[in-house]
Design a protein around this ligand. Structure first.
Ligand SMILES: Cc1ncc(COP(=O)(O)O)c(C=O)c1O
Length: 462
């Protein structure tokens, strides 16, 4: 068999050497970034001008004055004003391997020589096949329960596809069930699912959504009973009308509250015989619990019909069982993801497996525990400042100052100014959260984050 030209390019010794040189150069310079630092005075004016210009272009200021210089090292990122931040929010879960990671730079070089910038419907390279297979194999663990994996460019698009698949399969049912305080994305349809009035302000009502309360770990039995009773009342008010139950297994934007297997099972049991698809929105949870999928963490693979993933995986995807395979024409896109995103996804997922992030005593659990211990200690040292619950795995959160929204926002900005990147969360803003760069973060980085949190707590409580 004659060798493919693409293989000849990749194996050319000049390219192999150039790649190794590029990696060397990036690492050599990036490795000088080792701790947070304030902006360089001489860059402040130009940086502010860039921020102002960008605010004008996009019609509103960025949440943080964050414009990356394009360099970083592990969880540290250099901004264009010369400052360095300890990035523990990672673009809301995207930089799972931190900044300038050699495996991702290598994936970028491989992608740059792969001809196709954006892969999609009529422009698929072989990497898309490998990624789809990897995502399905990880989920199925030897079974063949989930048959399909459809790639897309955003969490919202993966979720739109999930909704369309569920509605088509369960036609003419035209309503969906969802948890209060859920966040599903920002399309016209998903803005209806998302339980936040401001995010659908002025939009027409596209989908009828019936909400139930999410799991409350402080009231295990009562919270199960309450959710089931809400569910039964929705089912009896709109018999046969629910095409899907939209589930976040850990509420993300809602404040990092994990659910519980018994809670989900009670609801799923109550839905048996209803022709209602169970959809797990794992756009935020993917890669962050004891298993690659939170569906596996809660042992719900047999129950859940459609799963969506995104963020840390760079490429987003909708995975579904064979009886949900839609008729031709329903889902298709020009773009499924950039070649770099697809190659980065493969490197990130394989990297997390190799690094030992998963398992009951895997890194995700241990890093969480380490962070949680710091937060508990700070909360005890400074009463009425910060409190739990603290989330799960790579999703860490706390409630500042009893859940006061203004103080939570002020603290988030004070942390940023002090060098630590976090973000707010909560149905009603009341929490501060972190999405750890799970592929690179160490306990020393978490110790540094805790030092900054303690400084800020001290300053805000004095
Ligand atoms: C649970 C969940 N679903 C969907 C989305 C939307 O993803 P995207 O912003 O990539 O469209 C998000 C984003 O924060 C999310 O957290």
């Amino acid at each position: 068999m004659s060798e493919l030209v693409s293989k000849k390019i990749a194996a050319d010794p000049r390219l192999v050497e150039a790649k190794s040189l590029i990696l060397q150069v990036v690492q050599e310079h990036a490795s000088s970034i080792v701790d947070v630092r304030p902006p360089a005075a001489e860059r402040v004016v130009d940086y502010q001008r860039l921020l102002n210009d960008y605010a004008a272009f996009r019609g509103g200021a960025l949440y943080f004055p964050y414009l990356s210089s394009g360099a970083g090292n592990g969880p540290f990122v250099e901004l264009a004003d010369g400052s360095v931040k300890l990035d523990m929010i990672t673009g809301i879960g995207v930089h799972g391997f931190g900044h300038c990671h050699p495996d991702l730079v290598a994936a970028g070089i491989d992608s740059a020589i792969s001809d196709t910038v954006m892969q999609g419907n009529l422009q698929t390279n072989t990497e898309s096949v490998d990624l789809s297979q990897l995502l399905l194999e990880l989920l199925n663990e030897g079974s063949d329960e989930y048959a399909h994996c459809f790639l897309s460019t955003s969490g919202a698009m993966a979720n739109e596809n999930a909704l369309k698949i569920a509605f088509q399969k369960n036609h003419p049912a035209n309503r969906i069930l969802a948890f209060k305080h859920c966040f599903a994305g920002r399309t016209l349809a998903l803005a209806q699912v998302t339980d936040k009035a401001a995010y659908r302000d002025g939009l027409p009502e596209t989908i009828q959504v019936d909400y139930l309360p999410f799991y409350d770990q402080t009231r295990h039995e009562q919270s199960i009973q309450s959710a089931v009773s809400h569910l039964e009342s929705h089912l009896s008010r709109h018999p046969g009308k629910h095409a899907a139950f939209w589930m976040e297994l850990v509420q993300g934007e809602g404040g990092y509250y994990p659910g519980h297997r018994e809670f989900f099972m009670a609801l799923i049991e109550a839905l048996k015989g209803q022709n209602c698809a169970i959809i797990a929105d794992e756009v935020q949870t993917f890669g962050r619990t004891t298993s690659p999928y939170a569906t596996q963490h809660f042992e719900l693979q047999s129950e859940i019909d459609i799963i969506t993933i995104g963020k840390i995986s760079q490429v987003c995807a909708t995975l579904f069982k064979s009886d949900y395979n839609p008729r031709p024409g329903l889902i298709s896109q020009t773009f499924t993801g950039s070649t770099w995103a697809i190659n980065a996804a493969r490197a990130i997922i394989r990297g997390l497996m190799e690094r030992g992030n998963f398992g009951a005593e895997g890194l995700n659990v241990n890093l969480h525990r380490h962070f949680e211990n710091h937060l508990k200690r700070i909360g005890e040292s400074y009463p009425n400042t910060i409190s739990g619950p603290y989330g799960i795995g790579g999703m860490v959160a706390f409630t500042p100052f009893g859940g006061n929204a203004e103080k939570a926002k002020a603290m988030c900005h004070a942390l940023f100014d002090a060098g630590l990147m976090s973000f707010i969360a909560g149905g009603k803003i009341s929490r501060i959260r972190f999405l750890l760069p799970l592929g690179v973060v160490t306990t020393q980085h978490i110790d540094r984050a805790a030092e900054i949190i303690e400084e800020v707590v001290q300053a805000m409580s004095s």
